[in-house]
Design a protein around this ligand. Sequence first.
Ligand code: GLU
Length: 409
Amino acid sequence: MSAFSNAMRQLDLAATAMHLDSFTLERLRRPERLVEVDFPVKMDDGSLKFFHGYRVQWNSARGPYKGGLRFHAQTDLDEVKALSFWMTIKCAVANIPFGGGKGGVTVNPKELSKPELENLTRSFTRSIAPVIGQDLDVPAPDVNTTPQIMDWLADEFGKYKGQPEPAVVTGKTIEHGGSEGRGTATGQGAFYVFDAYRAKLGLDPESSTVAVQGFGNAGQEIARLFHHHGYKVIAVSDSQGGLHDENGLDIPEVIRLKKETGHLVRSAEAREISNDELLRLACGILVPSALENVITAEVASEVKAKLVLEVANGPTTPEADMILAKQGTTVAPDVLVNSGGVTVSYLEWQQNKIGEHWSETEVFQRLKPMMDDASSAVIRVAEEFAVTQREAAFIVALKRLDQAIRKTI
Ligand code: GLU
């Protein structure tokens, strides 16, 4: 299953529905630049080991390339290309002045010590330094990459440039120029989007339970928000497996224990379930928050939720999309749902550039209307064109990209 071919099928579907200009379509099927690097890392035993990394710069018609860096054992060029393309669509849906890019290193960071992780980040930064910059390409966190890693990147890039340039990367720690609210922005933004669909689908806390697959930064925050707003979160999972309790899990406690031990710790009431079982649970709202391609055609036919809220990038395959649409399951698409992260990245970049630091309240006061505008634009186009929410999000983005791309020729 190729994430990139899935992404291209999504593009083709929307392009056909809206009669997208053929040059724009061809431009968006191709990256502007692919960077692939091999770089050495000094290990704790004194040896030097080579690692392989990528930075894919998909499109810059609307602004500098923008998108995260992923450290994962399965990261490859196909995945980074898909993620980079999705960032292009996402920034256009969110209507922020960025293009799309993405990077990654093929590594399981859990097998590295902290000094090794720092060496890896710094060496990778030196490898991609010639092609990044505050007005060129601005990385950020993604799967397994933290604010601390972004600080190392900013510091190493400053050395390369001979002067500090904090806006070269977003998602930094507050002490190093990060924005308030960036850590929880993806989850918070997803909840704002959920609110728009809640009204449309009548998903209230009394009738709708929630299952969250993936318990990283975004998964924890969205689970916390659902719980906080009175929804029963009946299941959560991480890469090791999940917990299920029909009466609702005590999410603040599950988060506390995950932070303390690094694992999901079972309480007396909860039973253990697999990731696959979680996706097929009877629940109202299914929230994939981990990796690509988890809702396949086979899984889709067993999904019972009314709404799939895609916090992860690319969790649903095109075949699964068709089955879900037939079943009457609404899929709120990744390029809209998780765009709160990159939107607060944009706010961080702005603060860095003008030398300001806004309060969390101020940040969310700016984020909310941006997410509301994006959600209502998508929902409106879905009705107007009688297409799925994903096609609608693509149409919103492609209209904006088409205007920008035509200006580049
Ligand atoms: N990695 C996040 C995403 O997939 C955030 C990207 C960013 O902030 O640039 O949207």
